[in-house]
Design a protein around this ligand. Structure first.
Ligand SMILES: *[C@@H]1O[C@H](CO)[C@@H](O)[C@H](O)[C@H]1NC(C)=O
Ligand SMILES: *[C@@H]1O[C@H](CO)[C@@H](O)[C@H](O)[C@H]1NC(C)=O
Length: 504
């Protein structure tokens, strides 16, 4: 049996997604953004959701055509033995990560291509030079650095030249992987083996702009906010034009990887890319770094004085926030919601502690809340962050960025924690696919304050139950090895058609 029970769990989660999406479509005032999702409500296999964890032998011997597989490849299980074929892979990425200071796109490139190099593939990284560069001690992981342009972009001319030089030495590349537009479409056209991974497309960004515009109008920002002015109506028009541009130039990339189910759907239905060229591979996080560890829980809490905050004998209920503490990650919203909850909810005041990890202007604002219930930790390195996830009871990510798929949600879930996150299509469609995994809210203060109050009234036992479910699902779908398996198979399939089917 080449895979777990993907069709069952897949149709089960589809069902969740579908009900969820329908509900959102009805409730949401931006329902038009979601309407195309309702086509997902067609179920090729009609299973009883209760059988999610058993295997239906009826579908035991089915051949799956990977290129047209319409769900995330993470649902599939590929043979654990190494493939006989060693791939020569080029990856083009604007910047290579330095330590833990890296955005989602760069971390994706690092996690994935280190894993592929560790499996023996020959990986050539084309990226911008920087003053210090990390050493990995892998002979088959080679870097080709070029001076960035004055705008900080990759110099496409020298990049292309080096790409061709390397393509002509030894044997040609089996696959050229570009993270977003690292390799510009003008250079990618006519190459049949290019794969572009998208960590945010203009259509999703448009949704973020709508949210920001609504919030600006509602004037929720607590006090003066100078970080970046919210987009005004002309900016919204510009964004719509940007979508049209993307629809045109995306066609030039031979293959596309969407990092969420929603993004895959948009690429197929709105960007009109043929389905055999759109593949969904959800992000994965390092499961050997992020994992449950009860011994870390109390020590971390003690170090930051969590227990002394609680005013009664019960152990406190700990909410955690991590990441860049900036406006578009939803911190003004979180600030106002917390303020409201602590004012109105006695139980929360007496028993809730909020741990704020990360860097950014809103770190100081949280301090200004003047609440002994909020502890600002500052930035944490990866190892400390793993301890942080162990110390909390629920992870809150109020992001207003609809583009891409936030790694922190996945890290929290792999660590065995339920999450509270914004009701964005990428999140409800791929991550928090049901209430058994956590909570979602609409991006406004009322809805977030309500969700926090629900967490408080549900209490620690319920959160623990959801956390176990979250870990179970994320070990199945969101690990770095799962992601690397899926990409390796996609790259093999692009280089050799015989890898393009699997037997269920
Ligand atoms: C599975 O499919 C293969 C090829 O289609 C066939 O030869 C084989 O008999 C099938 N096995 C079962 C158990 O149906
Ligand atoms: C690499 O070389 C092969 C064979 O000559 C060619 O078909 C392919 O387009 C080249 N790829 C790039 C990225 O230049």
């Amino acid at each position: 049996m080449a895979r777990e029970n993907p069709l069952m769990s897949f149709s089960f989660s589809l069902r969740y997604l579908c009900h969820f999406t329908l509900l959102i479509s009805v409730l949401s005032f931006v329902s038009f953004l979601f309407r195309h999702n309702t086509t997902l409500c067609y179920f090729p296999y009609d299973h009883n959701p209760n059988t999610d964890h058993t295997f239906d032998h009826h579908h035991d011997n089915e051949t799956i055509d990977l290129l047209t597989f319409s769900s995330a490849w993470n649902h599939l299980t590929f043979s654990p033995s190494k493939p006989n074929k060693i791939l020569k892979i080029a990856v083009v990425v604007k910047k290579w990560p330095q330590k833990s200071q890296a955005g989602g796109l760069e971390r994706h490139a690092l996690t994935l291509h280190l894993a592929l190099a560790n499996r023996g593939h020959e990986v050539h990284v084309f990226t911008a030079a920087s003053p210090s560069f990390p050493e990995y001690g892998l002979k088959n992981l080679r870097f080709h650095l070029s001076e960035p342009t004055s705008g900080g972009y990759l110099d496409q001319a020298s990049l292309s030249q080096e790409l061709q030089t390397q393509n002509a030495s030894g044997r040609p590349f089996d696959v050229v992987h570009t993270e977003s537009v690292g390799l510009l479409h003008t250079r990618a056209k006519n190459l049949p083996n290019v794969v572009a991974s998208w960590h945010g497309i203009a259509y999703e960004t448009f949704h973020s702009d709508i949210i920001q515009e609504l919030l600006r109008q509602a004037d929720v920002a607590a006090g003066a906010e100078t970080e970046q002015p919210p987009p005004s109506a002309p900016a919204l028009t510009e964004r719509a034009k940007r979508v049209v541009e993307e629809v045109k130039f995306f066609q030039r990339y031979a293959h596309h990887v969407a990092t969420s189910d929603h993004c895959g759907d948009v690429l197929k239905r709105i960007y009109m890319i043929p389905e055999e060229r759109v593949h969904i591979v959800l992000n994965g996080v390092d499961e050997s770094v992020f994992k449950p560890d009860v011994s870390k829980r109390e020590s971390f809490r003690e170090r930051f004085g969590v227990r002394s905050v609680a005013k009664n004998r019960e152990p406190p209920l700990v909410l955690g926030i991590a990441g860049r503490l900036v406006k578009d990650k939803g911190h003004p919203l979180m600030f106002s919601a917390l303020k409201r909850v602590f004012e109105e909810n006695k139980k929360a005041r007496e028993n809730v502690v909020v741990l704020v990890a990360g860097d950014g202007p809103w770190g100081n604002r949280y301090k200004e809340l003047g609440s002994s219930n909020v502890i600002v930790l500052g930035p944490l390195d990866q190892e400390k962050l793993a301890e942080f996830y162990n110390a909390i009871d629920v992870f809150v990510n109020p992001t207003l960025r609809a583009q891409g798929l936030d790694h922190t949600l996945l890290e929290a879930m792999v660590s065995g924690k339920p999450v509270l996150a914004t009701r964005l299509a990428s999140i409800t469609g791929s991550v928090v696919v049901g209430p058994h995994l956590g909570y979602t809210f609409s991006p406004n203060v009322e809805s977030l304050a309500e969700a926090i109050s629900r967490v408080v009234s549900d209490g620690r036992e319920e959160l623990e139950r959801k956390g176990k479910e979250a870990r179970k699902r994320s070990l199945r779908l969101f690990t770095a090895s799962k992601m690397a398996d899926a990409y390796e198979r996609l790259f093999l399939c692009i280089s050799d058609k015989s890898y393009c089917t699997i037997q269920a």
